[in-house]
Design a protein around this ligand. Structure first.
Ligand code: HEM
Length: 393
């Protein structure tokens, strides 16, 4: 008897293999709705990136040391000396940004397709949980190299927690593990990043996918009128959709490796709590909130700012219960689609303002200084960098 047969006989005499085969067959040969397109691959790309982050994260953990004395040096060692350490670090750093990007794109696809409506409200809510956890992954991971930018961005980021009404000072102390960002903060962020969040995310992805399987993917029909589509109309999950996902997965890996080689993340200078660098900016996914907070000054302004940043998240969570219309097709939901587009454009606009604020930029051949709030001031070239007051492009 061949080895394969002996293994099958071993398990076949102990478990009901036919039932398992039948279950797998049903999953693999399920049909997806006829409108299933390339846009549906954002979800599997998010999942693939989570797996890649876990694998590269475990490899980094073999050399990373979470203490203020050793963290920066250990990242230097990983990048310069450990075999392929530079590649795993780069894939992990770029993977974090791409994962956030694909989670947002997947969220936008399900939003515009009305896939959050009954009976998929819980799939959406677990999705918003995944979105928040992915962002916290980014926030906690950013501090781990313990370089100047990471240290000061975390100092500024945790300072905003202080502005939360009532529990602000407690929250800031809790996040930092003390009054300032220290080794205690590093330990906390490390434990949250490598133990707590991965397990929560893995569990939540499981629930999310289970709910998605229970209800199947949404069609574009009205709520309550979704009919099981005729077998020949649906798109076969295997091999058609799997082939699409495989193709984009290969492309994604190629993009990750290319970015790692042509645009590597630096290591930066080791953190120095006594010297504050100029113009600290957070990662791109925090730029919209970072910019929005700047418009709210003073004790009450800061509180209003925190509320202004929280409202979009709260709206996102409860959205399936606010939009109770029956239509799913984007062309028949102008209000919801308009609100979604407005939110996306506002986030993009604030993000760009956050990125260019406190820098000099050239528009239509003229130099402008962009101030903290994103207002442009014309620079008078003849007066070596002085601004002309009140002139805007
Ligand atoms: C780590 C993050 C996430 C992973 C790995 C993930 C994974 C998936 C997968 C594989 C599907 C099925 C394919 C598809 O519909 O495109 C799906 C469906 C869905 N996801 Fe996610 N998701 C994530 C985050 C989110 C977020 C942030 C939201 C929204 C807030 C969301 C809402 C939904 C909804 C509503 C569906 C059902 C789509 C339909 O029926 O057409 N997911 N998710």
């Amino acid at each position: 008897m061949g080895l394969a047969n002996r293994i099958t006989t071993f398990f076949g005499t102990r478990f009901d293999l036919d039932a398992g085969r039948e279950f797998l067959d049903k999953q693999i040969h399920k049909r997806l709705p006829p409108h299933t397109s390339w846009l549906h691959v954002f979800a599997s790309l998010s999942l693939l990136l989570f797996i890649s982050q876990t694998v590269t994260g475990i490899l980094l953990l073999m050399y990373y040391r979470p203490t203020p004395e050793e963290a920066h040096a250990s990242i230097k060692y990983i990048t310069g000396e450990a075999h392929f350490g530079w590649l795993f670090r780069q894939i992990h750093a770029w993977g974090a940004s791409l994962m956030i990007l694909f989670v947002v794109l997947h969220m936008m696809r399900t939003f515009f397709a009305g896939a959050y409506k009954k009976p998929r409200e819980l799939t959406w809510i677990t999705g918003t949980g995944l979105f928040v956890i992915t962002i916290i992954f980014g926030f906690t991971g950013y501090l781990l190299p313990w370089n100047q930018v990471a240290f000061w961005a975390t100092t500024v980021g945790t300072e905003s927690a202080n502005k939360v009404p009532v529990i602000g000072s407690w929250l800031q102390y809790f996040l930092r593990g003390g009054d300032a960002v220290t080794g205690e903060t590093l330990s906390r962020f490390f434990v949250v990043h490598v133990i707590i969040l991965p397990w929560i995310l893995a569990g939540l992805v499981g629930v999310h996918l289970f709910l998605m399987r229970l209800n199947n993917l949404a069609t574009l029909e009205r709520v309550g009128e979704e009919k099981p589509f005729p077998h020949q109309c649906g798109i076969p999950f295997y091999p058609v959709h799997v082939a699409k996902e495989g193709a984009v997965a290969v492309l994604l890996l190629a993009v990750l490796v290319t970015l790692s080689v042509v645009a590597p993340w630096g290591i930066g200078e080791p953190a120095d709590p006594l010297s504050t660098p100029e113009h600290i900016k957070p990662e791109w996914y925090f730029l919209p909130s970072y910019q929005l907070l700047k418009y709210f000054e003073g004790p009450y302004g800061a509180v209003v700012g925190i509320l202004a940043c929280s409202v979009p998240f709260i709206l996102l969570i409860v959205w399936p219960f606010l939009d109770r219309g029956k239509e799913r097709h984007p062309k028949k939901r102008p209000l919801a689609v308009g609100i979604g587009l407005l939110g996306a454009v506002a986030a993009l606009f604030l993000g760009v303002l956050g990125h260019i604020s406190e820098t000099d930029q050239t528009f239509f051949g003229k130099r402008y200084h962009i101030d903290l709030l994103g207002r442009p001031h014309l620079i008078d070239e003849n007066r070596s960098g002085e601004e002309v007051p009140g002139e805007h492009p």
